[in-house]
Ligand binder design. Structure first.
Ligand code: UDP
Length: 474
């Protein structure tokens, strides 16, 4: 097979939301006979090694892991930390960007030594486009978000440039040039759009110089949001997480959910009725004020529905829980501390709804599991994803968040009544809930078809491999 002569370097960004899909992507390319090399830092290598070893042992893949050192102190990270989960604010700072740039030299050295045929790089490494050019190989970019969000981001930049933004932060304006009519307020736009820092400007230029874009999505989910809107040749090859076919793969996926945590969680879900539980998780980076955590707790309690809440117990968050909260809700609610086996949870038949921050991976994982959402966007492109889920796909309801910010204090408080009301709409037995459930299950079936032989994503990956083989230097 021609693909067996192809060697691709993958350079994931240092956060779970970018790393996990790229690990899955490397596994999928390897499944198709490609030699895949993941390049990352030591702490991150330790996180993903188990998952790669499993793929190599059970699937006979050819995935290798190469390491480059990360200057934690330059990034403002605690010593020895090399992942965005380790910093107090999930924002990508100037210091962090400066540290990422220091990976260039060691990366370049590895490219020289191993001579890959292509680089698939996260968008946060704009310099990989120059490294690839230096060695005469194509660079594809991966942003971690879906095609809709990328198109909405471009439309927002355009609106900013043309001064189409309204002066009032809370007044809605239309994002022109998209297949669907989407309205945003300025307060829902990421900082990246409203006041783009200099160090992020290189990203736009490097995207334009890239060979193309690889997206974790499937054509049937975002029709009309491919090449024509992104402005670059785009391959939708997802949902990538579907490559984790057995329970062990879904449990050990990059980050390691402790065996005990997984057991406890699944045992508890087994005791709950089908589609009765609301799963609550806000991704790997979220932080909330204590006031907000309290409102979430009370909203969940008042909703009366069973819930499984993944709680990030950082900086005294524990004290935010209302007194006696866990005792009062024992049996009906489970508070899980630590890293949850999200794919296993979403795939459990007891789960009937997902309160999510609309990170793209979580959104896609809900869709592929056929689970409707309570959409609670917090920062980055999450408000675009909320619009997509609620207005375009109509498989979720908005909790009513209004301010996009990585700083928890800057976000407007979402009261317990809002939480309760949104949960009731998704978990209740009303017509709206039934229609959402039906639609999301249809999408789940389409997602599975897309990655099967002959499906759109499977074919798209095949086309990309052929194209890259054709580009190989003799
Ligand atoms: N995740 C998980 N367990 C957790 C929290 C997150 O497995 O306790 C996974 C989740 O399944 C998803 C990723 O981490 O694949 C988070 O990515 P997403 O884009 O949803 O959000 P981010 O963390 O980047 O904000």
């Amino acid at each position: 097979m021609a693909s067996s002569s192809l060697h691709i370097f993958f350079l994931p960004f240092l956060s779970p939301g970018h790393m996990l899909p790229m690990v899955d992507m490397a596994k999928l390319f390897a499944e198709r006979g490609v030699k895949a090399t993941l390049v990352t830092t030591p702490g991150n290598a330790a996180r993903i090694r188990d998952s790669l070893d499993r793929a190599n042992a059970t699937g006979g893949h050819r995935i290798q892991l190469l390491q480059v050192d990360f200057p934690s102190s330059v990034a403002g990270f605690p010593d020895g930390c090399d992942n965005l989960t380790a910093v107090p604010s999930p924002g990508v700072t100037e210091d962090f960007f400066r540290a990422l740039a220091k990976l260039r030299q060691p990366f370049e050295k590895l490219v020289r030594e191993h001579a890959p045929d292509c680089v698939i790089s996260d968008g946060f490494y704009p310099w990989t486009v120059d490294v690839a050019a230096e060695f005469g190989i194509p660079r594809l970019v991966f942003h971690g978000s879906g095609a809709f969000a990328l198109a909405a981001l471009r439309a927002s930049f355009r609106a900013c440039r043309l001064h189409q933004l309204v002066s009032d932060d809370a007044e809605a304006f239309v994002l022109h040039g998209l297949p669907d009519r989407i309205e945003m307020t300025r307060s829902q736009l990421p900082d990246l759009v409203v006041s783009p820092p200099d160090y992020l400007k290189d990203m736009g230029a490097s995207n334009l110089k890239s060979y193309g874009v690889v997206v974790n999505s499937f054509q049937e989910l975002e029709p009309g949001y491919g090449d024509e809107v992104s402005g670059k040749k785009t391959w939708s090859i997802g949902p990538l997480s579907l490559c984790n076919r057995d329970a062990a793969d879904r449990a050990v996926r990059g980050e390691r959910a402790s065996g005990e945590c997984t057991e406890r969680c699944l045992r508890w879900l087994d005791t709950q009725a089908a589609a009765s539980v609301l799963y609550v998780c806000f991704g790997s980076l979220c932080r909330f004020t204590r006031d907000q955590l309290r409102e979430i707790a009370l909203g969940l309690e008042f909703s009366g529905h069973p819930f499984l809440w993944v709680f990030r117990d950082i900086d005294g968050a524990e004290e935010a829980l209302p007194e006696g909260f866990e005792e009062r809700n024992r049996g009906r609610g489970l508070v899980l501390r630590g890293w949850a086996p999200q794919l296993l949870i979403l795939g459990h038949q007891a789960v009937g709804g997902f309160m999510t921050h609309c990170g793209w991976n979580s959104t896609l994982e809900a869709i592929t599991s056929g689970v409707p959402m309570v959409a609670w966007p917090l920062f980055a492109e999450q408000f675009f994803n909320e619009k997509f889920v609620v207005q375009v796909l109509r498989v979720g309801v908005a909790v009513g968040a209004t301010v996009c910010s990585t700083e928890e204090e800057e976000r407007a408080l979402v009261g317990k009544e809002m939480v309760e009301a949104a949960v009731a709409r998704v978990m209740g037995g009303g017509e709206e809930a039934k229609a959402m459930r039906k639609r999301v299950r249809e999408l789940a079936a389409m997602a599975k078809k897309a990655v099967e032989i002959g499906g759109s994503s499977h074919s798209s990956m095949g086309d990309l491999i052929q194209e890259l083989v054709g580009l190989k230097k003799p």
